[in-house]
Design a protein around this ligand. Structure first.
Ligand SMILES: NC(=O)c1ccc[n+]([C@@H]2O[C@H](COP(=O)([O-])OP(=O)(O)OC[C@H]3O[C@@H](n4cnc5c(N)ncnc54)[C@H](O)[C@@H]3O)[C@@H](O)[C@H]2O)c1
Ligand SMILES: O=CCCC(=O)O
Length: 494
């Protein structure tokens, strides 16, 4: 049975829409096809979303191609900034409704969902300002009487493919800089959580983004969405998701030489040195490990603790973990929502079983709770983790804290870097020399030192190694949607 949106307490029910936006029109799929979106905390069908085909992507891309040329040539950067400012304000005005929609489809707690909507809005206001700061340069020419200048031009139509774990923020972190630069977008939202994207897009239109510049094409048909990687009129693909899918898309994009942003998987280490402030280390580990029930790309996957503080740190961590309360994200007392689906539960379960079979010690958790209906797994702590275990080389993406012991700084750094991923890392130390030395040696794009919280619109977000490339947010995020054109003006001395 599909639930009635009116029962969720939304003020603006029109935000909860199940249609796509193609060439300026909100519509169901022409075939009438839909796919089920499941509420993870109950396993019930939340709603049926329009399921578009390949043809819809073609129409959207063609429209976006005309749209970006009109939009970029008819607006100043300041005007685009004003539209984004309005979009930001509308998101904040509708924050509670957006948070409810997000919590329903993703499962995260209402507090986390409100946090994500604020975070999503922060990218829109950030790029409202950045829009006006697309500076070019003048360069001394080696030709007499000539001057070289650079212009920053919008790349054109941008394909946007995002994951379910941040259904709102992953949209605005890409779409806001694209609009700021003068680009248009065709979005393929995640099929687990399409409704936050749809709601945000309604507000973008209301703010004044031209309808030819924003298209939302939900689908379960992966082949259809690959148009965003193959169609010659798509100039750029911005993808956030797993490394495997990122590699496949990158290969497809090579035929038409698309610009790419690849925000991929991680396997973040947390290192607790012997001189760490343990309260700070435990607090930071809790945030980094259990935010969104362990389902963020920057979540701690391996917790490396110096043997001298191992038991003290573990005891304090367990005390905090055992205070976490599982349940529906909409219940005010709940601190941990469900995982996204049955496959996510199975993966955590398999990592736990594998670790225990290889000598790990279960300290708390380790089960699927029987009293809850949704896709839940208990927050779990395992000590005695080793590099032979799956958790050491595979992203768990769930609430398993695996604790490894180390004796020397060199050993910790070697363990931390022994992964093909390089997204985030964290460490805790109170020694300034250790901080500078280790910060330089860890191989990752983002580092938290004495904190587990590194995500913010001003912070360059992105990875190295197989965690991808490109930087989102920050002063670098706008240039991902621009190309540099050099203009040489010659013979100016005549
Ligand atoms: N680096 C970052 O900024 C960042 C942020 C969030 C999530 N992630 C990563 O995303 C992963 C979790 O998200 P996920 O499970 O949604 O990832 P995913 O790669 O399975 O899916 C991401 C998107 O790609 C689509 N997709 C999946 N398979 C496809 C295929 N064969 N063809 C075309 N499209 C396809 C999905 O529908 C979704 O929209 C984790 O690895 C996480 O670390 C990275
Ligand atoms: O999951 C990855 C994105 C989360 C974040 O931006 O902090």
């Amino acid at each position: 049975m599909v639930m009635d949106p009116k029962t969720f307490g939304l003020h603006n029910v029109s935000l909860f829409d199940f249609r796509g936006l193609v060439a300026g029109v909100w519509k169901p799929a022409p075939s009438g096809k839909t796919f089920d979106v499941i509420e993870p905390s109950t396993k019930r069908i939340l709603a049926k979303c329009a399921d578009f085909d390949r043809e819809a992507f073609t129409i959207a891309i063609e429209s976006a191609h005309v749209g970006y040329q009109e939009y970029s040539s008819s607006t100043t950067a300041k005007e685009r900034g004003a539209i984004l400012r309005k979009w930001h304000d509308l998101i904040i005005e509708n924050l509670e409704d957006l948070a409810i929609i997000l919590s329903l489809e993703n499962g995260k707690t209402l507090i986390e969902a409100r946090g994500e909507i604020n975070y999503a809005a922060s990218f829109v206001s950030w790029f409202a300002e950045e829009a006006t700061r697309a500076y070019g340069e003048t360069i001394p020419s080696s030709y007499r009487g000539a001057t070289v200048m650079t212009f920053r031009e919008p790349v054109g139509v941008c394909g946007i493919i995002t994951p379910w774990n941040f259904p709102a923020a992953m949209i605005t972190r890409k779409v806001a800089p694209a609009f700021a630069a003068g680009c248009s977008v065709v979005i393929k939202p995640p099929s687990e959580t399409p409704f936050s994207c749809i709601a945000l897009s309604k507000l973008a239109l209301q703010a004044g983004i031209p309808s030819s510049c924003i298209h939302v094409v939900p689908t379960k048909d992966r082949e259809a969405s690959l148009q965003l990687a193959t169609h010659p009129k798509v100039a750029k693909l911005s993808f956030t998701g797993s490394t495997g899918v990122g590699k496949m898309l990158m290969k497809l994009c090579s035929d038409t030489m698309k610009r790419l942003s690849m925000e991929l998987g991680g396997n973040a280490p947390v290192i607790v040195f012997q001189d760490a402030d343990l309260d700070c280390a435990v607090e930071g580990t809790m945030i980094s490990k259990f935010r969104s029930s362990g389902q963020t790309c920057v979540c701690a996957n391996r917790i490396l603790v110096h043997t001298s503080v191992l038991e003290e740190f573990t005891q304090r961590l367990i005390a905090k973990v055992e205070r976490l309360k599982l349940g529906s994200g909409l219940s005010p007392e709940v601190t941990q929502g469900p995982l996204v689906n049955a496959a996510a539960v199975a993966k955590v379960s398999s990592h736990v079983k594998d670790a225990l079979s290889k000598g790990g010690l279960l300290r708390t958790g380790g089960k699927v709770p029987q009293h809850l209906d949704g896709f839940f797994y208990e927050p779990t702590v395992i000590t005695g983790a080793t590099t032979a275990m799956e958790v050491s080389y595979d992203e768990t993406f769930g609430p398993l804290a695996a604790i490894f012991a180390f004796d020397t700084e060199e050993e910790a750094i070697q363990l931390a870097n022994a992964t093909e991923y390089g997204l985030a890392g964290y460490f805790f130390s109170q020694d300034v020399n250790t901080i500078f030395r280790v910060a330089r040696k860890l191989q990752c794009g983002m580092l938290g030192v004495n904190t587990g919280l590194i995500s913010a619109s001003e912070n360059p977000f992105g990875g190295i190694k197989e965690s991808g490339f490109g930087r989102e947010g920050s002063r670098y995020g706008l240039s991902e949607y621009q190309y540099i054109k050099s203009v040489t003006i010659g013979n100016t001395e005549k």
